[in-house]
Design a protein around this ligand. Structure first.
Ligand code: 6PG
Length: 238
């Protein structure tokens, strides 16, 4: 599936436009099926988009939000994506949305992934909206190129909804939605900012031999063409 690129002059322009588009897709899902299901990413890029989306008027009480991936850290940790979503997205109008945490306080990430797998398995899949980010190493969600279980992570036919990840490049163990769950999204967005990430993604999309970067594998397997949202990187304090 060849993705569609959309470039913006600034991260704030992108945040507003993406918030409108995502809100539109959520509202459409609610009118078609009565509810809407969305997965978002963590990291340093999403907060302006989260804040813009949190102000959009729609029937948020019918929306369930979860994460494309999570760091295996407690929810009060600086590194927690659940904390990031609570602080920047589940505010204003969006405070009425339901949130399904991938993190569970267990002894191992494998145990937590088992609980998260069961929870995501009860959701009205497929996702209406999945918003992914990308690292300069070409990872997306927590599909890290140096993950110990990379083959399992990139398998379109995995029987799992959520998988544990151990990858030196990740900084801590991770929980991630599986490839089948991500690729079946009705509306998939890859939100990246900065020249470095643009170069990495363009090279990944142009690659025709050798092991493909995880972001390329996800875009190739997407059930509907992904929308790439790009803007130059701005120095901002989140
Ligand atoms: C995470 C993310 C991850 C993120 C990229 C980009 O938990 O880290 O979900 O996939 O999208 O790492 O992160 P930045 O936006 O900080 O560059």
């Amino acid at each position: 599936m060849t993705p569609n690129w959309q470039e913006f002059a600034s991260g704030q322009d992108l945040a507003e436009e993406l918030a409108d588009t995502v809100a539109h897709n959520l509202a459409e899902a609610i009118s078609a099926r009565g509810t809407a299901l969305m997965a978002v990413s963590g990291g340093s890029t999403p907060p302006p988009f989260f804040r813009a989306l949190s102000r959009r008027k729609l029937d948020w009480a019918r929306v369930t939000v979860t994460l494309a991936d999570e760091r295996f850290v407690p929810t009060d940790s600086e590194r927690s994506n659940a904390r990031l979503v609570a602080r920047h997205l589940l505010q204003n109008e969006a405070a009425r949305a339901a949130f399904v945490n991938l993190y569970h306080a267990c002894d191992s990430v494998e145990e937590a992934a088992g609980l998260a797998d069961r929870a995501v398995g009860t959701l009205p899949l497929p996702f209406d909206v999945v918003v992914l980010g990308m690292g300069t190493d070409g990872h997306t969600a927590s599909f890290f190129p140096d993950a110990e279980n990379l083959t399992e992570l990139l398998t379109p036919a995995s029987g799992r909804y959520v998988l544990p990840v151990h990858a030196p490049g990740a900084g801590e163990p991770r929980l991630t939605l599986s490839m089948p769950v991500v690729r079946q999204a009705r509306f998939m967005v890859l939100h990246i900012e900065g020249a470095k990430k643009k170069d990495v993604l363009e090279a990944a999309l142009a690659q025709d031999a050798g092991p493909l970067l995880p972001v390329r594998v996800v875009l190739d397997h997407a059930a509907t063409p992904a929308q790439i949202y790009w803007a130059p990187k701005e120095d901002r304090r989140t």
